[in-house]
Design a binder for this molecule. Structure first.
Ligand code: SAM
Ligand code: SF4
Length: 461
């Protein structure tokens, strides 16, 4: 996160984020809220007066990591009197006061339903009124925070809060609440303002983003859009792609039930909508998919993929897979390997199953050993590396269009950006390149997840 200053004498807050893009987005909007409130943000833990850890709850390991970090900060407090340490997000929503019990010296803990109260809570702790725990009322209206930090080229925008899917293994519906879609006009207003500040690419976020506009109305009236779209998400994609200054639009995460003909047509015909979709599959075994309550079979998943690829031949697909779900046999696992090959994923995140208290799957025996989970995890990662290398290998010698994001983290002489298919490209700028420029890059080398090359031509396309 960029340093954002409200004056050098202001109290400095360092925010550390664990977990998914929703958490990254929450941290950004909380950062913007704190700056408006008179605090300043710092990248440096050492110079911070307040350290805020945004926690994840999806797997046990994610919670252990957050607790470990918070305990370390608790130790740090002994060396730095006056340092304030707090936790926010999904884990806090789940365990409430348990956070204070588990971390000695924790000053505050704020759940996902009460993030907008954070500035007031930090003020109160600074005034000596800690420790404070606030997880709000789960029945209350959801709050969509819309603030952004300045100077960004890419932005995440929440369009759908919560999740109604109830996958058997997943804690997200418990900690993020019921599904609620933001009205289209407020999303468009937020993105117009971002475009005026120089944002070129937006990613529309929702846990099951294709459910946008299903639980509540988001468009006034039922009329079709200019391109004849009547479903809420294609209409939104069209409206966002038309905002002056926005060059690329992405949306995540998908679900096969939402891959309608209309959505495929929107992806295929709207120029700004990227040729990439994150479509978590979780397993290739129908038996396991049923136990996971995912609502599709391997065949219906592959049919959704075929529908999308027909409309968007260049489509790059990425996915999430869980290995070691209760009862997963070697044959179930082999079915997952086969499905991943048939879907030809560009990239995939592989997770070892972790039982989450309160989810339906937690009642099943976690019968796959840690060794088997680890082995299956490695096998899928190796398969994926091979697939990634093969998919990327054909790009050597080709020119790809890249939205430049900034200097590469590993080597400041090189730049990093992404293709519309969401492939990371590390390139030599050669000509003057600014963040936000779209440049042509000749690919000369590839890795399983990355393309390498140099800019051709005089810079921006
Ligand atoms: N809403 C998104 C979706 O359904 O595609 C993703 C939600 S979750 C933050 C990201 C991924 O974590 C899931 O797709 C799943 O693969 C993984 N995950 C969720 N619960 C898990 C669990 N209990 N154990 C292991 N992995 C889990
Ligand atoms: Fe969890 Fe399933 Fe909702 Fe994704 S769609 S957040 S995996 S319940």
């Amino acid at each position: 996160m960029i340093d954002q200053r409200a004056g050098d004498s202001a109290v400095a807050v360092h925010i550390r984020t664990y977990g998914c893009q929703m958490n990254v987005r929450d941290s950004e909007s909380i950062g913007a809220l704190l700056v408006r409130h008179g605090y300043r943000l710092t990248e440096l833990e050492d110079e911070a007066d307040v350290i805020l850890i945004n926690t994840c709850s999806v797997r046990g390991k994610a919670e252990d990591k957050a607790i470990g970090k918070l305990r370390l900060m608790g130790v740090e407090k002994r060396k730095r009197p006056g340092l304030i340490v707090g936790a926010m997000g999904c884990m806090v929503q789940r365990i409430g006061w348990g956070a204070i019990k588990r971390v000695k010296g924790l000053d505050f803990a704020v759940g996902t339903h009460r993030l907008s109260a954070l500035p007031a809570i930090i003020d109160a702790v600074r005034a000596g009124r800690g420790p404070i725990v606030d997880v709000g009322d789960e029945e209350a209206e959801p709050e969509a925070l819309t603030g952004h930090l300045d100077g960004q080229v890419l932005a995440f925008v929440n369009i759908l809060l919560g999740c109604d899917r109830q996958c058997a293994y997943c804690i997200v519906p418990t900690v993020r609440g019921r599904e609620w879609s933001r009205p289209a006009d407020s999303i468009i207003k937020e993105i117009r303002a971002l475009a005026e500040q120089g944002v070129k690419e937006v990613t529309l976020l929702g846990q099951s983003v294709m459910s946008y506009g299903r639980a509540n109305a988001v468009w006034p009236g039922a009329s079709a859009s200019r391109h004849g779209f009547t479903e809420p998400l294609p209409r939104l994609l069209e409206a966002v792609a038309e905002i002056p200054g926005i060059r690329r639009v992405r949306f995540t995460s998908g679900h096969p039930s939402g891959c309608t003909d209309e959505l495929a047509r929107a992806m295929g015909t709207l120029a700004g909508v990227c040729d990439h979709l994150h479509l978590p599959v979780q397993s290739g075994s129908d038996r396991i998919l049923k136990a996971m309550r995912r609502g599709y079979t391997a065949d219906t998943y592959l049919a959704a993929v075929a529908r999308l690829r027909k409309a968007v031949p260049a489509l790059a697909l990425t996915s999430d897979v869980i290995v070691g779900f209760p009862g997963e046999t070697e044959e179930d696992f082999e079915q997952t390997r086969r499905l991943m090959d048939r879907a030809d994923f560009d990239n995939a995140y592989i997770f070892k199953y972790s039982p989450r208290e309160g989810t339906p799957a937690a009642a099943l025996v976690d019968d796959i050993s840690a060794d088997d989970k680890l082995r299956r995890n490695h096998v899928l990662l190796e398969d994926q590396d091979r697939r990634g290398l093969a998919l990327h290998g054909v790009l050597v010698g080709q020119v790809v269009e890249v939205l430049a994001e900034g200097a590469s983290l590993r080597n400041q002489d090189r730049w990093a950006g992404r293709t519309t298919t969401n492939r990371i490209v590390i390139f030599e700028p050669r000509t003057a390149v600014k963040a936000g420029d779209t440049v042509a890059v000749l690919v000369d080398r590839v890795g399983p997840q990355t393309l390498y090359g140099s800019v051709v031509g005089d810079g921006e396309i």
